[in-house]
Every structure is written in structure tokens, then in C-alpha cells.
Design a binder for this molecule. Sequence first.
Ligand code: HEC
Ligand code: HEC
Length: 330
Amino acid sequence: MKMTPALAMVGSLLVFWASVLVAIILPAITMTETPSTAWRPWTSAETAGHDLYVKNGCSYCHSLYVRVSDWDLGADRIAERGDYAGQNPAILGTERTGPDLSQDGGEHPDDWHWAHFTNPRYTRPLSLMPSWEFLGWPAVSNLTAYVQSLGSRDADYRVARQQRWKAPAVRAYAGGPDVNVDWLHAQVPAGWLAMPNPYPATEAALQRGQKIYEGFCLNCHGPVGDGQGVAEKYLSPPPLNFTTLKRHLAQGRYVGGLFYYQIMNGITGTAMPYFKHELESEKIWDVSNFMAVRFLGYTDAGTAPRGIEAAYEPAWSNAFQSLAPKGVRP
Ligand code: HEC
Ligand code: HEC
């Protein structure tokens, strides 16, 4: 076929209208507003928060949808079309300079968000998120209501769980350091309480632990571990003062497994976040050794009973004597 100006014109019009059909007309015809099972309508505070989210460009750094490829980030559920029913605009976002927020509701209690929106460095020392303190109150409160609604009914469940645990945590704190520590430890399974840190507290391990502490914990628990970091005045209960654990140690107990459990899972109802998605096992043991040595002048690292092996190497004889476990000769 010979290319003529008329043919080129017809061809380009065809391509143009085909794209309009696929990208605009078909989606408009097939689009349904059927809500998903998780969906629920927003309250007025949540709607105001969504408005602030759109106007302040939060979506330049955050997405609001979980993709199939996100399972390994710890997702509980993949986003469905019906999750966004009635949203105008439904602002999905494509950038992930910060984390996806579509399931953020109930991940933290409100006081954590107040500290974080005031200055993200308060709760995460190395954060590059801007401070939103200039928006003032009630904007910060509305933003908090909005992010606490992300995940809809699933979020409501998590928020309710935070609220349920907050009351006893605040009560225990009001009871004084001993009551507080006893209450905190009553929530930790006995096996973890009875476990020393399986990693040796070498100089290098303590240096690694210090770096993690400075990057994740510093502004809550403070430079000397007394709970008086800059975030303290926003939080109830405030971050734990680790010196209140001296009585626990005086009773001949360990802190290795206890710290590991608390750091891995966080403490629901308090601002203490969980780190299981962010810190690998060794990092948790290292920061736990760092806190024990630096703040309590003590370490149970490597003492018996060893709960788990820190590394597989010691269990093997040597590279040439086959790979049979220690004690088993081929
Ligand atoms: C310049 C990029 C950037 C912008 C803009 C931004 N954020 Fe963030 N945000 C981040 C980063 C990075 C993190 C992770 C570190 C942290 O916790 O601060 C984060 C974390 C968060 C978290 C905590 C998530 C969690 O559970 O740990 C929330 C909630 C949040 N942002 C909300 C917002 C809202 C609402 C806005 C708009 C008002 C916003 N962000 C604007 C980068 C940004
Ligand atoms: C946003 C503030 C915040 C951050 C960040 C934070 N914590 Fe906490 N932490 C708390 C609060 C609040 C508590 C509970 C205080 C209470 O209920 O008395 C707590 C409790 C703990 C406990 C419990 C100790 C026990 O005896 O039960 C450990 C261990 C701990 N934090 C370690 C860490 C480590 C390690 C990091 C950094 C990787 C960290 N925390 C980051 C606020 C924070």
C-alpha cells in the first residue's frame, strides 16, 4: 500500500480514537462503584484529612495501593477496586519515597502520629518526610483521622486494638516504674523472658547496635536511654526509661530475649513500633546488646541456656569433615 497524506491522516486518527476507547471510554463504561467488603464511608474528619492529603502532595512520596508484588513487604491484603468507591479523587500515587499507606490505619496509636506529623525525625531520626506542624491543629488531627482510616474496616479493627491496649498501658505507667515494668513483662511469653542474647557483645556488635539505636530509637528513648528523647512530650505512655529495668536484673533475669520480643513486635497501645519488617534478626540482637551494655551496664550475651543458635557455623565440625552436624561422624 502506498503511503499518501490522506492515509497517514486516517491511520493516525484510528490510533488516536483506539487509545481514547481503551484508556477512557471503556473504563468509564465498565467502572462500577461497588464497594469492597472492607469499604466504609468516611467521617467528616477523615474527609477533611483526605483533602489535606491531596492538597499537600503527600502522594508525591506515598502510594495508596498494595500490589501483588508487595506480598514480601508484609502486606495483609491486595488493593481492590471497590476499596476506592466514592473517592474523588482516588489518589493512588505511584511514588514510594515513603512507605505505601493504604493499610496504615491502626499501625500506630494517635499519639505516635501527632509526634510524627509535628516532626517525622521525632519518631524516625533519619526520616526525610517534611514536618507538617505549620498546618496547625485541627489539621494534624484530621490528617491523623484520615491515615487511621486507611484500610477501612481492617483499619478500624487495628485502631480499636490500639485503644483497648492503651488504657492498661497508661494505667500501668501511672502506677510507677515497678508496676509498669511488671505489667510490660507480664505480656511477654515466658520462653522469651528466659532467653539470653545468643549473639556475643563484641566491640563491633556494640558499634552496629549503636548505629541502629541512633537511626531508629534515639529520639524516643533518648541518648542515655532514660526515655527523655524529643518525642517524649507527645507520647502517653512515654518511651520506657531503661534504667527502670535495674530491679528486673537484680532479680537475676535476662533482658536479651525480652528486648528482642518487644523490638520485634512493638507494644500495642503505646508508641513503641514493631520493627519486624524493617530490622533483620541480627540487627535486633545487636541493638538489644547495645542497650543492655550501654544503659544497664550488663550483658547476658552468649550465656546459657542458649535459646537459639546465633549462627549455623558452630554446629558444623569443619568444611572438610563433611557437612554432618557436630557429633555425628559419617
Ligand atoms: C518527601 C517525601 C514525603 C512527603 C511529601 C510525605 N511523606 Fe510521609 N513519609 C515519608 C517517608 C520517607 C516516611 C518513612 C519514615 C518516617 O516514618 O517518617 C514517611 C512516613 C509516613 C507515615 C508513617 C508510616 C508508618 O506507619 O510508619 C505516615 C502516616 C505518613 N508518612 C503520612 C504522610 C502524609 C499524610 C503526608 C502529607 C501531609 C506525607 N506523609 C508526606 C516521606 C514523605
Ligand atoms: C515513637 C517512640 C518510640 C520509638 C521510635 C522506639 N520506642 Fe521503644 N518504647 C516506646 C514506648 C512508648 C515504650 C513503652 C513504654 C511503657 O509502656 O512504659 C517502649 C518500650 C520499649 C521496650 C520494652 C522494654 C521492656 O522491658 O519491656 C524496648 C526493649 C524498647 N522500647 C526498645 C526500643 C528500640 C530498640 C527501639 C529502636 C529500634 C525503640 N524502642 C524505638 C517508644 C518508642
